[in-house]
Ligand binder design. Structure first.
Ligand code: ADP
Length: 323
């Protein structure tokens, strides 16, 4: 291969820029030209690509977001649309592609591979829901952001003797809620994987914290937990008299996606980026770089996008001991 391209796609998170830098510099070191596709798969369709030299990726290592931009491109699901994308790559003499993104983006990478275009993925999502890798780029920094927010909320909650419902990202996967709730000392963690927890039970936990003389009650909720944060707030407010604490809600939202990537994510991104470039140049395709027992390996994309990572039940149990 003499020329490759790379793109960032789907939900953004910290660590995408160090991935771009690593793929680019590793490929350039092997005398391979690199193109950066702007705005994810939409940029493949729009033929929006820029050549990347080593200096073009200077100064981005510590920056959040992605300097190439990312996007959602629903029409990429159609084969004729992907044919156009491959035509644009071929016209530029680009022989392989590195896709940096979450589950959906990696499904797109798999689809390109299945159409015969050499493609390697890098798992990058704050949700940590991608099968086959212990952790994805962006997860650790997002967790640190959330735990810092919980610590701050706890300060104000304790000052006023309040219960706080803190909603974090995670539509289908409670990883962020579980890990941040454990590290942030939450009294209760509510995740989509456990829909058997009733509003009555949550109220009991709040009452129990109050009667034990706690100065706060922190409940971390993944956005995918049903019946949802607002329904829980309404329920607790309807039982104002016996709940004890005043109740407040904080939805952390997009601040979880932004920010400078921390050391763990930078290192992971550099390792994964270089490994992905090397794999592609060595003729691999349809694979994703994955972390397993601290080492990088290649994992089949078709398995990665199918396997939703299960939560560690021992951690859930441990969190309930620490309330
Ligand atoms: P993430 O990569 O963060 O999970 P999305 O699920 O929104 O984000 O996926 C990002 C993009 O990947 C989509 O907008 C679409 O362009 C592409 N994509 C997702 N699923 C598929 C699929 N099954 N086939 C082809 N492309 C897909």
């Amino acid at each position: 291969m003499k020329r490759i391209a790379l793109l960032t796609s789907g939900g953004d998170g910290p660590g995408l820029n160090p991935c771009i830098r690593a793929v680019t510099r590793q490929a350039l070191k092997k005398n391979v030209e690199v193109f950066g596709v702007r705005w994810g798969y939409a940029g493949l369709l729009g033929n929006d690509m820029i050549p990347l030299l080593s200096r073009d990726v200077s100064g981005i290592l510590g920056r959040g977001g992605t300097f190439l931009g990312t996007a959602r491109c629903p029409e990429f699901i159609k084969i004729e649309v992907r044919r156009t994308a491959i035509r644009h790559l071929n016209q530029r003499g680009i022989e392989g592609l590195v896709v940096i993104g979450g589950n959906g983006s990696l499904a797109g990478a798999l689809a390109l591979h299945e159409m015969g275009f050499p493609t390697v993925g890098i798992p990058a999502t704050i949700d940590n829901d991608i099968g086959g890798t212990e952790i994805a780029v962006g997860v650790d920094t997002a967790l640190n952001t959330i735990v810092e927010a919980i610590d701050r909320i706890k300060d104000t909650a304790s000052s006023h003797q309040r219960a706080f419902l803190i909603e974090v990202m995670g539509r289908d996967c409670g990883y962020l809620a579980l890990q941040s709730g454990l590290a942030g000392g939450a009294e209760l963690i509510l995740v989509p994987e456990r829909q058997d927890i009733s509003l009555e039970h949550v109220a009991e936990v709040v009452v129990d914290a109050y009667t034990r003389g706690k100065s706060h009650c922190i409940i971390v909720i993944a956005e995918g937990w049903k019946p949802g944060t607002r329904a829980l707030e309404d329920y607790l407010l309807s039982r104002k008299e016996d709940v004890g604490f005043d109740v407040r809600v904080t939805v952390l939202g997009h601040l979880q996606r932004g920010g400078r990537p921390l050391v763990f994510d930078r290192t992971l991104a550099i390792r994964m980026g270089a490994a992905a470039a090397n794999a592609l140049l060595a003729g691999e395709s349809g694979k994703m770089v994955a972390l397993h027992d601290g080492k990088l390996e290649l994992f089949p994309l078709d398995e990665a996008v199918k396997a939703l990572k299960p939560l560690d039940p021992l951690l859930l149990k441990l969190a309930s001991v620490m309330d």
